[in-house]
Design a protein around this ligand. Structure first.
Ligand code: PXG
Length: 468
């Protein structure tokens, strides 16, 4: 089949996630056929550096035979069995042990799911159940953050704070509130109506104060948990100011509210530690995980459960009426286990912390001098560029969709870099080399140049139209 055949059939039968079906049908999708290391190859033979590791998940890169072999061996042995009705199987047992060994010391239990969204559904049920068992059933409110992404199931969508999603999925799950995100560039520096012109650390403390205000508004006796990513991924690689997490931790401790650190993106080395929570010294009660757990080779997720919640669920809970057909799926678990073994054996996490993260940071910072870039930030192997209008130093008119233009030009020049509004983001495989980081940064710079040139053309065209 040719590219056009795939596109025709895709248009006829396939509804894509997070997609304007009609617009994509008119445009035609890009067909990705193969992957090798940090590259994907499309049906036209273009070799594209995957600066997003698939969808924040292919941490060991493409084409790892060891993972293929782990899947094949397990499928021959026992492709599927469940963990219901007092049964289990070796892959689930081993993976649970490995995860709890890698997790911080107070975390010793895991509940498996098939995805990050299911993990967050599990979280919601667990925190409410926990407080009910503790004799405080009124503690039901969960506070999340604006612009956060926690999944696409109804609970994931409700815990998340993406306004366009909320407009489509309602009514949402009751008793979930949202507070502002610690996005200094977007909301501290430029204000968007709030706290304009603050320095990052004051802004970080103000975001934590907003959480405290929300707790008091809802009544501390009614608030079960706060959910947040250590670094917000899909929201735009939002690395909070240093003041943010210590202040948030203090607020949660003051009112005895559980912390859920969504590690779906930050977990498994992205920030240079096994978990993003470790980087920030958080001690979360629950950590939803997915994506990098299997390097995306097979779908698997879970919730790492701290002793405080686990002990209560175990000692006082009786049966927990919750679970999925694919909770701890043996083939997925075997691949995840092998993935974690390879990461340990190859020192992937330490390499991100000590070598690749600092190297990317240094190369990435050079892009801050580009006229289109208002801020370049990175931590470990996650990074963002904030685009600004060089003429004014302010944000572009949203209607210009400059971020999307830059993303399309990136793709055309052989790099996957995502746009979230006018924030460009990268999250490459954790096995990327220095030379490949150089290539990524060079291609990003070329795309910024091309974006600038395209904007200049548009402005000239408009001026000519006006004068004609
Ligand atoms: N939590 C976080 C922090 C995520 O990033 C999920 C939960 C849900 O995981 P599943 O496995 O159910 O997709 C995610 C997923 C994007 C994008 O556009 C990000 C995700 C998913 C789809 C698109 O950046 N993250």
């Amino acid at each position: 089949m040719q590219t056009s055949d795939y596109q025709r059939l895709d248009r006829a039968h396939h509804l894509h996630p997070f997609t304007d079906f009609k617009a994509l049908g008119e445009e035609g999708s890009r067909i990705i056929e193969r992957g090798e290391g940090v590259y994907i190859i499309d049906s036209e033979g273009n070799r594209i550096l995957d600066g997003m590791a698939g969808l924040w998940c292919v941490n060991l890169g493409y084409g790892r035979e060891e993972l293929v072999e782990a899947a094949t061996a397990q499928m021959r042995q026992l492709p599927y069995y469940n963990n219901f009705f007092k049964t289990t199987h070796p892959p689930a047992v081993k993976l649970a042990e490995t995860l709890c060994r890698l997790a911080p010391p107070h975390i010793n239990r895991v509940f498996f799911t098939g995805s990050g969204s299911e993990a967050n559904d599990t979280v919601l049920r667990m925190v409410r159940r926990y407080w009910a068992l503790k004799g405080q059933p009124e503690k039901q409110w969960v506070i999340g953050r604006e612009n956060a992404y926690h999944g696409s199931t109804v609970a994931g969508l409700s815990l998340g704070g993406m306004a366009p999603m909320h407009e489509q999925g309602g009514p949402l799950v009751p008793k979930i509130a949202h507070v502002r995100q610690p996005w200094w560039f977007g909301e501290g520096r430029f204000g968007e109506g709030r706290s304009e012109g603050q320095d990052p650390e004051t802004f970080g403390r103000e975001c934590a104060a907003a959480l405290e205000a929300k707790i008091l508004e809802l009544g501390e006796e009614n608030v079960a948990a706060f959910i947040a990513e250590p670094v917000q991924g899909a929201g735009g690689a939002i690395i909070p100011p240093a003041s943010y997490w210590p202040a948030v931790k203090a607020v949660l401790a003051k009112y005895d509210i559980l912390l859920v650190a969504d590690e779906v993106i930050c977990g498994f080395g992205r920030l240079g530690e096994w978990f993003g929570s470790v980087h920030y010294g958080l001690e979360p009660d629950l950590m939803p995980i997915a994506k990098g757990l299997s390097s995306g080779y097979l779908p698997i997720g879970g919730v790492l459960v701290g002793d405080r919640v686990a002990d209560t669920l175990i000692e006082e809970g009786g049966e927990f009426f919750h679970g999925f057909t694919y909770s701890g799926h043996p083939t997925c678990a075997a691949v995840a286990q092998r993935n974690l073994e390879l990461m340990e054996a190859e020192g992937v996490v330490e390499r991100v912390r000590d070598d690749l993260g600092p190297y990317l940071a240094q190369r990435w910072q050079a892009l801050a001098k580009h006229p289109l870039v208002g801020e370049a930030r990175s931590l470990g192997l996650i990074g963002a560029l904030e685009l600004i209008d060089p003429a004014t130093g302010e944000r572009f008119d949203k209607a210009l969709a400059v971020g999307n233009l830059c993303r399309d030009l990136c793709f055309a020049s052989g790099l996957v870099m995502r746009s979230v509004g006018d924030t460009m983001i990268i999250s490459p495989p954790l096995v990327i080399s220095h030379a490949e980081i150089d290539e990524l940064v060079d291609k990003a710079r070329a795309a910024l140049d091309a974006t600038l040139a395209r904007l200049a053309d548009t402005t000239t065209d408009q001026q000519e139209e006006t004068s004609a």
